[in-house]
Design a protein around this ligand. Structure first.
Ligand code: MN
Ligand code: MN
Length: 452
């Protein structure tokens, strides 16, 4: 810390006490915009469209990689060959995806349902009996797109995965291990129950399924084979909410990692005449291992941006001279399960943006491990700007762990560190963050972009 008084002991402090009194209303104001972003954006495609829309009229350039990755760029005063300041976040979140042939009728329960295959690491039981919305795109053979967003408006219908009542759950759930009690294959979503009424309209066996297909054709011009070429996602239908008597927390779906998407986007919009070229990069597919042509592993996208900014530049030189933040959320100490955290090093809600020197698991395997020099540099930026921060790590050694996109950028020769707000209930349909940490993350990214 930069206070006059020397502090011999490193202590995690409340972010609420580090910010000045004048800053406190700004935190709540900023988080209203954040909640509004989260309620409008629940998929990777919607994130990218929103970023593009927000960037209009701003002092930055927008670059798009297909439908679900993008970058915002503010050119710096120094030549590009001296490197960039890059903040990378991911636009995808865990959810239920529809299978290619999703619709079926279950004659026993007299319902029509969708088959799903979950995306990313979820705890299956979280997804039962909650109201769900239906988002995504269907692409017809001729290339026409049908966009879906159903379940978000007050009068929209919602969808839901059924569960067995406790009176009957002993054999099939209660006596089993948690991971065996609810299988991924059983996460089917209820989509209707009304059969075709007039017999002459239809001679098929599945009258409810037929009625749903008829309705989908009338409303959207969609036929069953169209589901095969679609990215359709089932996500929680509710809106972000303030939490607690003091309204200090936010409960919402998709905060991993749209907390970092929103804060880095806002930070970049406010960057003026940076010394180094500032880039906010938004990638997809992080939750399934960063595989695919819109993921963090697509270096060609970054290369193409460098070439566009300066056709004569040596892209490898830019990479080697660049500094990056892997902007992803960290695990917050969970009150009813503190035993899986090593509390001196773990991050807690409300103590600022969490800095993880290394990620990975068991022996730092698969990690990006930032060198001391780079950690010191980031620490200086945070302290000099009085931004609340804390260390973070995902759990006790050998208890688990997790990776981020950090390693994909360090392997290009960049300096990389993980920095993002802690999240409680991570990967659940209702993730919790602290408003003070969200604001601290935004300030941290902004000061990093502006650093020289
Ligand atoms: Mn993440
Ligand atoms: Mn995640």
């Amino acid at each position: 810390m930069v206070e006059e008084k020397k502090e011999y002991i490193y202590e995690k402090k409340s972010g609420w006490q580090i910010f000045s009194e004048e800053q406190l209303p700004k935190i709540f104001e900023f988080c209203e915009d954040y909640k509004s972003f989260l309620s409008n954006v629940k998929t990777e495609r919607e994130s990218i469209l929103k970023i593009q829309e927000e960037s209009k009229g701003k002092n930055c350039r927008f670059f798009l990689n297909k439908q679900s990755s993008a970058a915002l760029v503010v050119p710096g005063e120094k030549p590009l060959s001296e490197g960039v300041r890059l903040v990378v976040s991911h636009v995808d979140s865990p959810r239920l995806d529809l299978k290619q042939v999703p619709l079926f009728e279950d004659s026993d329960s007299n319902l029509a349902l969708f088959e799903t295959h979950y995306y990313g690491g979820i705890k299956n039981f979280h997804w039962l009996t909650i109201p769900l919305a239906f988002h995504g795109v269907v692409v017809r053979q001729n290339g026409d797109k049908i966009m879906f967003k159903l379940g978000e408006e007050e009068n929209d219908p919602v969808f839901s995965v059924p569960d067995i009542l406790p009176h009957l759950s002993y054999e099939v759930q209660d006596s089993k291990k948690l991971e065996d009690a609810i299988k991924g294959e059983t996460l089917d979503v209820m989509v209707g129950s009304k059969p075709i009424i007039k017999k002459e309209d239809d001679d098929s066996k599945d009258k409810i399924k037929s009625a749903i297909l008829k309705k989908l054709y009338e409303d959207y011009g969609l036929v069953e084979e169209d589901f095969i070429s679609a990215d359709l996602e089932v996500v929680p239908a509710y809106k972000p909410r303030d939490m607690g008597f003091d309204r200090s927390l936010i409960g919402a779906y998709g905060q991993d990692d749209r907390a970092c998407v929103f804060t880095s986007m806002r930070a970049l919009f406010e960057v003026e005449n940076p010394a180094y070229t500032a880039i906010a990069l938004f990638v997809d597919k992080e939750e399934i291992g960063s595989e695919g042509n819109t993921s963090a592993q697509v270096i060609a996208f970054l290369r193409s941006i460098f070439k566009e900014l300066d056709p004569t530049v040596d892209v490898d030189e830019v990479m080697l001279n660049s500094k990056a933040i892997s902007a992803d959320v960290d695990a917050a100490v969970t009150p009813n399960y503190t035993e899986v955290f090593e509390l001196k090093n773990a991050a807690s809600l409300g103590r600022g943006v969490a800095m993880a020197k290394f990620t990975g698991h068991g022996g730092k395997y698969n990690a990006n491990d930032a060198p001391a020099e780079y950690v010191a540099e980031i620490r200086r930026i945070l302290n000099e700007n009085k931004i609340p921060w804390q260390t973070g790590e995902i759990g006790k050694v050998d208890y688990g762990g997790g990776g981020t996109v950090g390693k994909y950028f360090s392997r290009l020769g960049m300096s990389v560190i993980d920095l993002g707000p802690p999240v409680l209930n991570m990967h659940s349909p209702f993730e919790v963050t602290s408003k003070v940490d969200i604001y601290a993350a935004y300030l941290a990214y902004k000061m990093f972009f502006m650093s020289s």
